[in-house]
Design a binder for this molecule. Structure first.
Ligand code: NAD
Length: 353
C-alpha cells in the first residue's frame, strides 16, 4: 500500500505513527482536515488483523469526522486515532499516558475523545500528559444520551417531510440495537408516544425494552423487514446494502449508526424506493456536539439547544435534496464540502490555545 497514495485518496492532511516499546503502544493518529478548526475525534482500540486495516480504518473514520463537524456547523476539523491492541488484554495506564504524550506533541491540532474500546478512565490517563482531550469522567460524561436526542430531532424533520407533521406520536419505529444510544432512543420515543419494535443480540436488553416501553421484540434477522414508519439502525454499519434495500418496509431510515449505507449508491437505491434517508453523520452528531462543548467549558443547556438544531440540519439537507433532485447523502456531502471550501478562503488558527 502506498501511504501517500492513501493520503491523497482520502484527502487527509497527515498520519502520525506512534510507537513505544516500553508500554507496547502502537497507534496511528489521522489528522484529516483542520480547515475549520482543530481535528477532534475519538481514539479506538481494536485488535486489527493487519496494519493496513488499521490505516484504512483511521483514514475512513477521520474523514467522517471532518464531514460531521462541517455539516453540524462546528468550528472543528476531523481526526481520529486507533490503538492497535485488544482492549480486554492490552490496556494499561502507562500505554494511554504514552499515547497522550504523542497527542501533546501535536500542540492542539488533534483533540482526542473516547471511542470503541476506550473509556473515560483511559481519557483521564491521557490527560495526565496533555490537555487536548475531551470526554473525561468529570467533564461532560457519556455522549450517548445526546446522540439519541439528536436522532429524535432528526426524525422530526423526516416525519414532517413525509407525514406533514413533526410529531412522532402513534408512529411505529423499528430500532436495531439497544446499546448506549438505542436504548435511550427507545426511552425518548416512548415518551413521544411512538410504538416500538426492537431487536438486539442480547435478549436481556430486548426484554427490558418490552417491559419498560411496551416494545415488541423481533429476531435480529427480522428487524430490517418489519413494517414500520421509521427504521432506526443503532447497531452496525452497512445495514443498507444490495440485499436489504429491496426488503425494507419503512418510509424513513434514521438512526445513530455510522456508515449506514454500504456504499454511496445505496442512498440512491433508497431514494428510488421512495424511502427518506437521514444521512448518518448529520443525524448522529449529538455526541460530537456534546464533547465539543467541553472545549468552551461544558454547559448542558447550550448543548441541548445545539443538539436540537439537528432538526434544522436534516431539514436543510432534505430541502437541498428535493431542490437539486439528488439523494440526501449526496446533498449532505455537498454541504460539508461547501463549508470546507468557504473555510479554505478564511483559514482559522487550528490550535486550541
Ligand atoms: P453499543 O455497543 O452500546 O450498542 C450497540 C448494540 O447493538 C449492542 O447492544 C449490540 O448487542 C447490538 N447489536 C450488534 N449487532 C446487532 C445486530 N445484528 N442486530 C441487533 N443488534 C445488534 O453502541 P452505541 O454506543 O449504542 O452506538 C450504536 C451505533 O451508533 C454505532 O454504530 C456507533 O458507531 C454509532 N454512534 C454512537 C454514538 C454515541 O454517542 N455512542 C455517536 C455517534 C454514532
Amino acid at each position: 500500500m502506498s501511504i501517500f497514495g492513501k493520503l491523497a485518496e482520502f484527502d487527509c492532511e497527515g498520519l502520525v505513527f506512534c510507537h513505544d516499546e516500553a508500554t507496547g503502544l502502537r497507534a496511528i493518529i489521522a489528522i484529516h482536515d483542520t480547515t475549520l478548526g482543530p481535528a477532534l475525534g475519538g481514539c479506538r482500540m481494536w485488535p486489527y488483523g493487519t496494519e493496513e486495516e488499521a490505516i484504512l480504518d483511521v483514514l475512513r473514520l477521520a474523514r467522517g469526522m471532518t464531514y460531521k463537524a462541517a455539516v453540524s456547523g462546528l468550528d472543528l476539523g476531523g481526526g481520529k486515532s486507533v490503538i492497535l491492541g485488544d482492549p480486554d488484554r492490552d490496556k494499561s495506564g502507562a500505554l494511554f499516558r504514552s499515547f497522550g504524550r504523542y497527542v501533546e506533541t501535536l500542540g492542539g491540532r488533534y483533540i482526542v475523545a473516547e471511542d470503541v474500546g476506550t473509556s473515560p478512565a483511559d481519557m483521564e490517563s491521557i490527560r495526565t500528559e496533555t490537555s487536548h482531550v475531551v470526554g473525561l469522567g468529570g467533564g461532560s460524561g457519556d455522549p450517548s444520551p445526546f446522540t439519541a436526542l439528536g436522532v429524535v430531532a432528526g426524525m422530526r424533520a423526516c416525519v414532517e417531510e413525509v407525514f406533514g407533521s413533526p410529531s412522532l406520536e402513534g408512529l411505529t419505529v423499528a430500532v436495531q440495537g439497544l446499546g448506549h444510544v438505542g436504548y435511550e432512543l427507545c426511552r425518548l420515543l416512548h415518551g413521544e408516544g411512538a410504538r416500538l419494535v426492537v431487536a438486539d443480540l442480547h435478549f436481556d436488553a430486548v426484554r427490558r425494552a418490552a417491559v419498560e416501553f411496551g416494545a415488541q421484540p423481533v429476531e435480529p434477522g427480522g428487524i430490517l423487514s418489519v413494517p414500520c414508519d421509521i427504521f432506526a439502525p443503532c447497531a452496525l454499519g452497512a445495514v443498507v446494502n444490495d440485499k436489504t434495500v429491496p426488503n425494507l418496509r419503512c418510509a424513513i431510515v434514521a438512526g445513530s449508526a455510522n456508515n449506514v449505507l454500504a456504499e454511496g449508491r445505496h442512498g440512491e437505491g433508497l431514494a428510488e424506493r421512495g424511502i427518506l434517508y437521514a444521512p448518518d453523520y448529520v443525524i448522529n452528531a449529538g455526541g460530537l456536539i456534546k464533547v465539543s462543548d467541553e472545549l468552551e467549558g461544558y454547559d448542558e443547556g447550550r448543548t441541548r439547544e445545539r443538539v436540537a438544531r439537528i432538526q434544522d440540519s436534516v431539514k436543510n439537507i432534505i430541502e437541498i435534496s428535493r431542490k437539486d433532485g439528488i439523494p440526501t447523502n449526496v446533498a449532505a456531502d455537498g454541504l460539508a464540502l461547501e463549508r470546507l471550501r468557504a473555510g479554505q478562503q478564511h483559514p482559522r488558527l487550528t490550535t486550541t490555545n
